[in-house]
Design a protein around this ligand. Structure first.
Ligand SMILES: NC(=O)c1ccc[n+]([C@@H]2O[C@H](COP(=O)([O-])OP(=O)(O)OC[C@H]3O[C@@H](n4cnc5c(N)ncnc54)[C@H](OP(=O)(O)O)[C@@H]3O)[C@@H](O)[C@H]2O)c1
Length: 246
């Protein structure tokens, strides 16, 4: 296992299927982990009991981000890793998609990324000056590139994240901040469990291995990417996939 000893990590959506796997992995690897949750208090308590710091936030509202920053600043003087992993789906074909469906998905998936990076950059500059590097990751999806039926808002939000990531990688490279996006592939999670069985089956069959991505394995990849073993990749979408993306 890669060491994350001394790393201060902040991840949104620590209570997600992937977030939980990563938080546990990062704690075992020696990191100080701060995570947000929204409704899943039970999972947040479980992660807190293991040593992570939970912060409740509704990322549809921009106001909560100042409080998150304040809470983390009361404990840390710098931040090594920022991961925007929380995400919202409101799946409908465009004809049935309300403006609220559009706005809420954009707020949590994209606008929160912009606000979080902007809020945390001073702490990240401090980490990169002290330790040589800091890193930002956005969790993205293959539908950012491929599109998908009934997910126009979600696909657009993830495509926007990819564009934000590539631009930030250019802006922040000279400051020694790496910025990448990770597509975890099709995982069984809160987000996908409610899909019609036929859609789940089609997704599984579309992968050469015929099975879903393992959140534990994706969490392990994230742990590696956060570690000092990875110092030269930036501006990339990293695909944990067996399927073709383009
Ligand atoms: N699952 C897949 O197949 C798949 C495929 C491609 C990409 N991804 C991406 O991978 C990441 C993790 O996915 P997942 O499937 O593990 O997620 P998930 O289990 O569905 O969890 C979603 C997370 O987002 C949080 N969240 C939802 N609404 C929120 C709000 N208004 N404010 C703050 N937080 C909110 C939830 O918090 P609470 O639970 O505490 O309410 C939860 O932590 C996401 O970025 C997703 O888009 C997933």
């Amino acid at each position: 296992m890669q060491t994350l000893s001394g790393k201060r990590i902040f991840i949104t959506g620590g209570t997600s299927t992937l977030g939980e796997a990563f938080v546990k992995n990062a704690l075992q690897s020696g990191a100080a982990v701060y995570f947000t949750y929204f409704q899943n208090q039970a999972k947040a308590q479980e992660l807190t009991a293991e040593g992570a710091h939970g912060l409740c936030a509704d990322l549809r509202k921009s106001g909560g981000i100042e409080q998150i920053l304040k809470d983390i600043k009361s404990k840390e003087t710098a931040l090594d890793i920022l991961i925007h992993n929380a995400a919202l789906v409101r799946d409908h074909t465009l004809q049935n998609m309300t403006e609220e469906d559009w706005d809420e998905v954009m707020a949590v998936n994209v606008k929160a990324a912009y606000l979080l990076v902007k809020a945390f950059l001073p702490l990240m500059f401090r980490a990169s000056r002290a330790n040589g590097q800091a890193k930002i990751f956005f969790m993205t999806s293959r539908v950012a590139v491929r599109g998908g039926f009934g997910v126009a808002n979600y696909a657009a939000s993830k495509a926007a994240l990819n564009g934000l990531m590539k631009s930030l990688a250019k802006e922040l490279g000279k400051k020694n901040i790496l910025v990448n996006a990770v597509n975890p592939g099709f995982m069984m999670s809160g987000m996908t469990r409610g899909l019609p069985e036929i859609v789940i089956e089609n997704n599984l069959q579309a992968t050469p291995l015929g099975k879903a991505s393992s959140p534990g394995e994706v969490g392990g990849l994230l742990t590696y990417l956060c570690s000092d073993a990875m110092t030269q990749v930036t501006g990339q979408v990293l695909n944990f996939e067996g399927r073709e993306i383009v």
